[in-house]
Every structure is written in C-alpha cells, then in structure tokens.
Write a protein that binds this ligand. Structure first.
Ligand code: FES
Length: 283
C-alpha cells in the first residue's frame, strides 16, 4: 500500500531544523518517526526544500542502518549475529524469532506488527546472545525466551526512552563524521573502555570521558562542569562537533549524536545533569 504523504508535514520537519546543512540526519529521523520509514515521496520533498539532492539523501539513508527505505513494522526486533553471539547460539535464537513471527530476517510480519533484522555486534559480546526489541535489550537469550519477549513488546507501546535501571552493558560508539571509534582503551570504567571526546563550555575546553555502559551517567572531565550548563562535544580525532540537530525534549538543549557499532545511533542531552538519551538500533 502506498503511503500518503502530506507535503506540509515534511515542510514542517525541515523548517523545524532551520534547513541547516548539518541537520539532515535529524530531518530524516523525524521523517522516519512520522512514517515509520523513509518514503521516496517524502525524500523528494526534503530534497526540494533543502540544498541536498535526492542522491545525497539516499546516500545518508543507506549509510545508517537505523534508516529504512521500506515500510517497517510497528515493532522492531533485531538479533545480534556477531561472532560472540553466534558461538553462543544466536542462530537458534534468530530461527525462533523467524518461526514465531513467520517471517525471515529482513522482512516484516504479514500483520505489519514486527520487522525482524540482524545486527553484527551491539558491543555486549559477553552477554550474548543479545536481541533488541523496540530498544529494549535482552541478554543470554534462549530460543524458548522468544515468544515471551515478543508478547512483552506487543503489550508495551514501545518508546525507546531509557530508564535508570537499564544499565546493562557497554555500547561501542564512533564519530558520525569520521566514523572512527570514540572508545579509549586506556581508561576503563567497570572494566569497559570509556568514551572519550573533547568538550567546551564557557571559556573552558578540555577532555571529557563518558561511561560506555548503557544508561550509566558517570563522567570524568578535565574541568568541573556546573550543573545545568550546555556543553559542546567534539570528536577528538576529526574535531567535528557531535551535534545531532535535535533538541532534548526535557530541557531544550541540543543533543549530541554518536554512531553505535553494528548500526544505529545514540543521542545524549548536552546539558550537564540532564539524563535524557535515546538509543535507536533501527531495522
Ligand atoms: S557479537 Fe553480539 S553483542 Fe557483540
């Protein structure tokens, strides 16, 4: 079925991001949030309203695994098929998802409820097999767990918002501009490399290390950062600002954007003390 696109809705999304050059990822994220995928008609409208060509937009949409050019289900399920999960039995887990949903990986169930995909690694190798459903992570999954996981997802209307008790594992992240890893093996927190970036606020500019544990807010920084201050984050390698173009829904501060190894993005509020963050592993 063809998705009906209201051009005004797409114009509003583009205008919300001030049609700025760096905001294209945020624009596409909002288009996808509206239609659950990126319809070609909507991309044409984005191209007509911005300085980006349709080819550019397809390039971005196909580069990031969190974007989909095909209609997706209401719920998104991914099974990690990276080496560590594979040796712990993820193939059997994937088969159980496929059997329960009656769809192969890469497809959407006939009732349009679930899209199923595989990812290569989500950085939680010690806890595999790992499955991610609507942003909720499941570790040490066995094939017998799958119907319960799917039931739970059907009952909860799946926001990707994190809660404080979801600190489960380390996330591997890289810079969206140069794609190089932001993990620093020399500084471990609870045995996991920390995320190292550079940061500036006021007239201060120095290093900052963030916990790579998902949902953990501990940081170390060269300068004490007062609560409530908005911090600018930069990649220490290519020096690009890690800005997503999206504002925090809680405090209106800009959010920063990091790529998750294996596909997807994580966005963190840039205001010191604000815990808002979102993870999207996409389909
Ligand atoms: S291989 Fe599955 S989380 Fe790394």
């Amino acid at each position: 079925m063809k998705t009906r696109i209201n051009p005004e809705d797409v114009f509003r999304i583009v205008d919300k991001h001030n049609n700025s050059q760096g905001a294209i990822i945020s624009i596409l994220e909002d288009v996808q949030a509206t239609y659950n995928y990126l319809p070609e008609a909507a991309l044409r409208i984005v191209a007509s309203r911005t300085s980006h060509s349709l080819v550019d937009l397809f390039g971005v949409a196909t580069f990031y695994r969190s974007f989909s050019l095909e209609p997706r289900g209401k719920h998104i399920a991914s099974v990690c098929m990276g080496t560590a999960c594979h040796v712990r039995g993820s193939r059997q887990v994937l088969k159980s998802f496929e059997d329960n949903l009656r769809v192969k990986a890469g497809g959407t169930s006939t009732d349009g409820e679930f899209s199923l995909s595989t990812v290569n690694c989500v950085g939680a190798c010690a806890l595999g097999p790992v499955a991610v459903v609507d942003g909720d992570y499941y570790r040490n999954v066995k094939d017998g767990d799958v119907s319960g996981i799917l039931d739970r997802a059907s009952r909860i209307d799946g926001a990707l918002k994190m809660t404080d008790d979801e600190r489960v594992f380390a996330v591997s992240v890289s810079c969206p501009s140069c794609n190089r890893s932001l993990l620093n093996d020399e500084h471990l927190l609870d045995g996991h490399p920390m995320i190292r970036v550079t940061a500036s606020f006021g007239r201060k500019h120095g290093w900052i290390r963030l916990s790579s544990l998902y949902g953990d807010y501990r940081i170390q920084s060269e300068y004490a950062i007062p609560k409530g201050v908005v911090v600018h984050f930069f990649c220490p390698r290519c020096h690009a600002e890690l800005r997503s173009g999206r504002l925090c829904p809680d405090c209106d501060a800009p959010t920063i954007l990091l790529l998750v190894r294996g596909g997807g993005t994580i966005q963190l509020c840039s205001r010191s003390g604000c815990k808002q963050h979102f993870l999207d592993l996409g389909g």
